[in-house]
Design a protein around this ligand. Structure first.
Ligand code: BYC
Ligand code: FE
Ligand code: FE
Length: 472
């Protein structure tokens, strides 16, 4: 019998027999998946200082304890209901939100929830080897915090599937554990979640840029007319903030260290000879993970997106900031490829909703890159990091069959093939990164040479705290 007490929740699990029965079947499969596909080498003998959500109020967030990862208490939480909440956009604007899934939107909603749910375990799979290459115990703990929370995000989507989609929902919940990142026969649904994350530069860029797609998608789903979906995703957003913190500060600490090494070398020496990560390599990893994450927003012109919006299933990020919530007349000015270059074309705004969300996303990324560039200013250096043009290295959308350099200038296929490793990580860059990460740093307070320590520790603990400890 599954014990509701072991699953922190605010969905009345102990009195919900139907949900308990469904979870009883699924939870052992989840734990098996976590052992097989979760952090490799950190299942049985390590205790990790992690935060567990025990309720949705701010104090429920302050719960830190040492746990063995497979014993983490994955919980089910919805943000508090909003009194008399009304549909905020689309064709049903102003009507009360739905507490059940309307039959006519069942397939679309299931698809959105499954797609969202699929990314969560995928990221855990992608990151499963990183513990063996970690730059410090502090970073190791942050990796595992992100991993257990992505696991909890999977629980969140499985909760919706089990509660609102009956038999198909239960089948989908099992499939979420059956697909595997990078698997040739049963890959994860979205492309970026099949890419390898083999080193910590990948990891920090992924949490900076790909978890930020999590933020844009969760913001737009939190506008949903399906109230349980809205409330679930609203709570997930509070966890997402920490994931992006890990990515942004991780890169900031690498940049800081690189600046120090450059200074020590009189700004002349190749940083790699000092064991650091050179700025061109950092820029290449920005180019890679930003372009992969742009793809996650879907096609520029999408009838799916128009229908999600019209039906009130998925809104825009921060819908309340827009004036027109119906968007039945408006047009969007889109840059499209044309015979001689790029042409502006007005398309119905509803079909451009993926692009509207991508605009929001690019702005949010841009602000983060500007914060990194402050580090160079502080060091009195003229170097800067930047986002590549949106057309660069795209795998989805109108530009995916064409080639561009990071400034947006068109290239022939032959030129792209010849020059792509000027802009994207080359096999030799990856070899170098693996070489400096080959020996993990497991000593409290010590940091790998390529990264600066953080300014402060987790939960007011010192930086040299033993964030992960081995059982005697
Ligand atoms: N890769 O009409 P379109 C997160 C497919 S991240 C592969 O443009 P739509 C997290 C598409 O499925 C947030 N295929 O699509 C981060 C469709 O296929 P079919 C995840 C792609 O539906 C880090 C076809 O192309 N959440 O939480 O408007 C760690 C037509 O495309 C891709 C969500 O994604 C792609 N990149 O837009 C952990 C929210 N893009 O029907 C977690 C839910 C498109 O032809 N999902 N296709 O077979 C959605 O809202 C939408 O599905 C998408 C796609 C925005 C992803
Ligand atoms: Fe997530
Ligand atoms: Fe995340």
């Amino acid at each position: 019998m599954i014990s509701a007490e072991k699953i922190p929740n605010n969905v009345g699990l102990s009195s919900n027999k139907r949900l308990q029965r469904a979870l009883e079947h699924w939870q052992p499969q989840y734990i098996q998946w976590w052992r097989d596909m979760g952090p490799q080498g950190f299942q049985d003998y390590h205790q990790v200082y992690v935060r567990t959500a025990v309720s949705v109020d701010p104090s429920g967030w302050a719960h830190f304890e040492y746990v063995k990862l497979p014993e983490y208490r994955w919980g089910i939480f919805l943000a508090d209901p909003v009194h008399d909440r009304r549909i905020g956009f689309g064709d049903f604007m102003g009507q009360p939100v739905w507490q059940e899934v309307p039959g006519e939107f069942r397939n679309q909603l299931r698809r959105l929830i499954v797609t969202q749910g699929d990314t969560e375990p995928a990221s855990v799979e992608q990151q499963r080897w990183l513990g063996q290459r970690c730059p410090s115990l502090y970073d190791l703990r942050n990796l595992f915090q992100v991993n257990v929370e992505e696991g909890r995000h999977l629980w969140a989507m499985v909760y919706l599937l089990h509660s609102y989609f009956g038999r198909d929902g239960r089948d989908e919940a099992e499939e979420l554990l059956a697909r595997q990142s990078g698997n040739r026969d049963k890959p994860r649904i979205l492309d970026a979640f099949n890419e390898p994350i083999e080193n910590w530069l990948d990891f920090f860029m992924f949490t900076m840029f790909t978890d930020r797609d999590g933020k844009s998608q969760l913001l737009s789903l939190s506008e949903s007319s399906l109230d349980p979906l809205s409330r679930t995703t609203r709570f997930m957003l509070t966890e997402e903030a920490h994931h992006m913190f890990v990515g942004e500060t991780g890169i900031a600490r690498i940049v800081e260290r690189t600046c120090q090494l450059l200074g020590e070398a009189g700004y002349s020496e190749e940083v790699r000879t000092l064991g650091g990560i050179d700025l061109p390599t950092i820029q290449k990893f920005i180019n890679l993970w930003f372009s992969l994450s742009l793809d996650l927003h879907g096609n520029e012109i999408s009838t799916n997106a128009a229908s999600y919006f019209g039906n009130g299933l998925k809104g825009r990020a921060q819908e309340e900031k827009w004036e027109d919530h119906q968007v039945s007349e408006a047009y969007y000015e889109l840059d499209v490829p044309a015979a001689n270059g790029i042409e502006r074309k007005a398309i119905p705004m509803r079909t451009a909703m993926n692009e509207v969300l991508r605009d929001w996303y690019v702005g949010d990324c841009e602000a983060g890159v500007q914060r990194w560039n402050k580090i160079f200013e502080r060091h009195g250096m003229s170097d800067r990091l930047r986002l590549p043009d949106r057309k660069f290295n795209r795998g989805i959308g109108m530009f995916s069959s064409l080639h561009f350099d990071p400034s947006g200038a068109p290239l022939s296929a032959e030129e792209w093939e010849r020059r792509k490793y000027e802009w994207l990580p080359a096999p030799s860059d990856r070899e170098y990164l693996l070489s400096i990460m080959a020996t993990p740093v497991y000593e409290a307070g010590k940091f790998a040479n390529y990264i600066a320590p953080p300014i402060r520790g987790i939960n007011r603990q010192p930086v040299h705290f033993e964030y992960v400890r081995t059982e005697a």
